[in-house]
Design a protein. Structure first.
Length: 254
């Protein structure tokens, strides 16, 4: 517990907590979009389990930090571009995110109402699996960043657990806001496309400062909040997005 009397540990804790909260918001938005396909009674369960599982994964990666660091070693190269384990994970995560966001945008705007009811309905386990897959990509990058900030493992663990607690408290409000405003949901999907593109760029060794990305996202949210206020005063009804899952329960025979 020597870190308690170390001022640099506290500054690192503040920086890491901010980083984990930003990551937590990304998770909540992604979970909100995925969980909206579940029956209403299962949505809150999926949201809470998803956040807890994502936080648990980051703690496990911290405990295996030695292995995480080895992911920075180059495995092979194509021409002048080298690829490490970390970059391959970023590429895979970016492609997954772009695919997921693009397919969700298509279903919300051009899909048929209830079209996936005839297919295999999503489950809580499927939602959690997708959240963990995405969080693995984010977590590896955040763990490597955390190790560069401090050598105190407890500082990193406290930052993760505190951020998870904050997200659990705030997740319902974020979830309701995203799902109550179709334009915000589309904006969130556009953010996922942006983040996916950024991950692919980083996978090819092109580092994009996170500050630019989050500054653009913050400005977009600010503009959309103004638009929501204007539409509310004008009593304009929001556009209805298509919901692919209407009722996943089997209907009784007539």
């Amino acid at each position: 517990m020597d870190w308690i009397s170390d001022p640099t540990a506290w500054s690192a804790l503040a920086a890491l907590l901010t980083l984990e909260i930003v990551l937590g918001v990304d998770n909540v938005v992604f979970i909100s979009i995925l969980a909206s396909k579940l029956p209403v009674e299962e949505q809150e369960k999926a949201r809470k389990i998803g956040l807890l599982a994502a936080g648990g994964m980051r703690v496990l990666l911290l405990l295996a930090v030695g292995w995480v660091i080895t992911l920075k070693k180059e495995l092979f190269s194509i021409g002048s571009v080298g690829f490490s384990g970390k970059e391959l994970i970023l590429l895979a995560g970016g492609l997954f995110l772009i695919y997921k966001a693009t397919s969700e945008i298509h279903h919300k705007l051009e899909g048929d109402e209830g079209e996936t009811s005839a297919k295999v309905a999503p489950t809580v386990a499927a939602v959690i699996a997708q959240v963990l897959l995405l969080d693995l990509v984010f977590s590896i990058d955040s763990v490597i960043t955390a190790v560069g900030m401090t050598t105190y493992v407890w500082v990193m663990v406290i930052a993760i657990l505190t951020a998870v607690g904050i997200m659990l408290l705030a997740s319902k409000g974020i979830y309701n806001f995203v799902n109550a405003h179709p334009s915000v949901k589309m904006l969130a999907l556009a953010f996922l496309l942006l983040i996916g593109t950024t991950l692919i760029a980083e996978g090819f060794g092109q580092k994009i400062p996170k500050g630019y990305i989050y500054a653009a996202m913050t400005f977009s949210v600010f503009v959309e909040v103004l638009n929501i206020g204007i539409r509310r005063k004008a009593h304009v009804q929001p556009l209805h997005l298509r919901e692919p899952i209407v009722d996943t329960k089997a209907q009784p025979n007539s």
